[in-house]
Design a binder for this molecule. Sequence first.
Ligand code: MG
Length: 233
Amino acid sequence: MFHQFSSSYSHVPLTLPSGDTARPGKILCIGRNYGAHVREMDDVADLPTEPVVFLKPSTALIPSGGTVILPSQSNEVHHELELVVVIGEGGRHIPETEALNHVAAYALGLDLTARDLQAKAKADKGPWSIAKGFDTFAPLGRLTPASEITDPQALTIELKVNGEVQQHGKTAQMIFPVAGLVSYLSSVFTLEQGDLIYTGTPEGVGPIHDGDVLEATGTGLKALLVNVVAEST
Ligand code: MG
């Protein structure tokens, strides 16, 4: 069932509902987008007034059925369950009222995070790229056409680790909803077909370990299943 990827991370194809096969583009990620997660992470839990944005490389992608590799550089990798938006028609300065017309599909994703390296980066006032960007750190489930999701803010998403529920969230709790994120991001980055937006995680993040099995499910979304192995050094 599981496939371990060696050198082909960047070739995870995105078959869009239109039938186009897109190469994954930018992976835009939103931090601190659920209040309860902000509070579990920080003593000072001020909610953001603008989206917190970072990026991952496309080499972090693996499909459902793939294997997450825990890198030797980290002793604490956390799961973050997220709703992922897949851009269809690109654009720049997309108004919020038109934003959902640019979404081709939705999927479940995991924004895997080397929490120890992220904490060090925060302390050093450095970027999060390494903590967020290792190979296999962006599992992505199969796509559900946007036409089948009438309201992306009305979904329930859930993550089980080894069969036990660790995260359970409602997209209604997002601080910045999908339409606002697409509009905001398009004011900075030209959005292109195949770009992905990981929209932030609800509370309940926690560590993953060698041998774990992660299973994400969500309303109307296709399940995402990956296993976890430690990097062999
Ligand atoms: Mg995240």
